[in-house]
Design a protein around this ligand. Sequence first.
Ligand code: GLC
Length: 731
Amino acid sequence: MKKTFLMTAFACALLSACSNSDKLIYKDANAPIEDRVEDLLGRMTLEEKIYQISQQCLGENDNINNNEGMNPVPLNPMIGSVIFMSEDIQVRNAFQKKAMEETRLGIPVIYGYDVIHGYRTVYPIPLAMACSWDPSLLEACTKVAAQEARQAGVDWVFAPMIDVAHDARWGRIAEGSGEDPYTAAQFAVAAVKGFQGDNLASYKQVASCLKHFVGYGASEAGRDYVYSEISDQTLWDTYLPPYETAVKAGAQTLMSAFNDISGVPASANSYTMNTVLRDMWGFDGFIVSDWGAVEQLVNQGNAANPAEAAVNALTAGVDMDMTDGVYIKNMEQLVADKKLDMKVIDEAVRRVLRVKFRLGLFENPYTPDVQEKDRILLASSKETALKAAEETMVLLKNTNSILPLEGVKRIALIGPMVKNLHDLLGSWLGHGHDEDVTTIQEAMDAAFPEATINYAQGCDFEGDDKAGFSEAVRAANASEVVVLCLGEKQAWSGENASRSTILLPQIQRDLLEAVAKTGKPVVLVLNNGRPLELSGMEPYTAAILEAWQPGISGGTPIAKVLNGSVNPSGKLCATFPYTSGQIPIYYNRRNPARPATQGFYQDVTVEPMYAFGYGLSYTTFEYGTLKLSAEKVAQNGKLKAEISVKNTGKRAGKETVHWYITDPACKITRPMKELRYFEKAELQPGETKVFTWEIDVQKDFSYVDSKGNHFVEPGDILVKVGDQEVKVVVE
Ligand code: GLC
């Protein structure tokens, strides 16, 4: 490196001499961004370029799954980006000052961080947010996250995670929007809008990062960092759609995934990153690898050594190397050995610089030192998070309308989740603090001021200690109803959190059985980061509320549902299997050859426990007749579908209408049904609303082939809502 250093010093002297005369266009805020990019690129040495497309860490590592990969090379202010793990603005500004004043060209660092569902105002996990069926709630929450993050020194968030997932054993199902490509696409766009807004240079917006590109949700057997068998057809009809939609909505970056896509790892996959993303979709931002994913190409058998991994990743489209230092350690030699073309490096640098200019980092490299109380956990921010949490609650069972608990005077409040703070935040909790969370106990005390609440923990999340059962049984016997709060620890889902079964631990299921044996009705409340196997628990319950991991709102939305001040309106965005053995099970499966008579399990049903789109309300809704505005439509035509919905109950409620299509015969077989539109609305008691879907045949009826060509085939299409379907003929 010494010889290089001397060469660099000489080059600097030469450059600065000949560049003294010309204007530094890259410093001219009024110059077009592309001119600034080219001007700056033309001034950079090879070493400066290599550091620019590398990322390291700044602050104390808070990522338990990646604690060995911190800064394998000394942190240098020429670095292009850091993962900024500190909450201290001064830490950011001090390092940025080094970059701006102690390097030759003064290129600002871009500060990234995992703001997956909130920076400090942690809102529900993304899997829960999708169960709200209201993308505008996610947009509002990500807007808050962007403001808190940017004003805390984070310019770029590694979110939204938009991986479609069919396997609840995979811990990362918690981070996405469930099993349906269309749903994932709608929520991805909402997140990009909330994070990026319409002015990336503002101190209230951040660059987003679509991840993990692509197909990570197909990880074999729900394990993490593994092989994923994905045909080109499945790549296009299942895993790419959310990315295509969100890239076209303006996402500035993507993150390449850990998984191996049918023999070509995602982080060395030129087809997905160059052909699809850039050539077909015109993406002009940059791709960062996942943590160490470049070096891991050696483990995956794609590269013989880190130097080869660097070549494979960069030429396939990975513009920035996250934390393993492989680009820094190998690229100068690779260029010297003519194993890497400068043009490929230059293009990667261009993309990184382009996003930095768009973020306004050259004009405003430092984060203003605003007091924490004026930018963090604002009352309006917490209200936004709470409103979202209320809409994510999914009522799965409500025998004899035992809920809401009106007029109940004695409640047993039992379970390991009742006083819990940390686990209600969920995985990827950003800078969420336990003390910001409202416990279920606090919330229940507030929601039922007249009731006597008999608390008992009963048991821990796992283990075999039943010593607390007797106290729990006493609490149940002393009460009219049991509210039993069970679920998962926050580390049981998220990254590196695969489970071989989606059953809750035996001890929790035994506690349910013990309190149920008292004969008191049990309202089971669940806080978890994945669909669970509930078939063995359900018979012991009178009601089940799936409350997910609600973030700092914690017990408040739960208590408000239980006392009836909130009418639950969530519906599942991921199937709850009847047993773990059914996995993978998802609503948009393709038709079997013998649908009605054979091909079933010999030991269990083929039906799920709770289906995609399922969720109950405290009121009832009656659907009218589904109508289409035409019986025939041209391939480039439009038509309207409509259905009336009446609130036939005694209280206001929100209903989501899911519009599906089926194509019973197509050159490429299509799922038995496909969600293509949804709308949620509140209806007052007795109110009827006509829900309409303005159908554009090319957009809404089309399918995609294994080359990414969207097509519409003439023939029958069935438009479906609930158990109704109406045929239209595409001519
Ligand atoms: C992790 C995750 C990724 C995250 C990144 C930075 O390993 O896979 O989702 O954004 O590293 O923390």
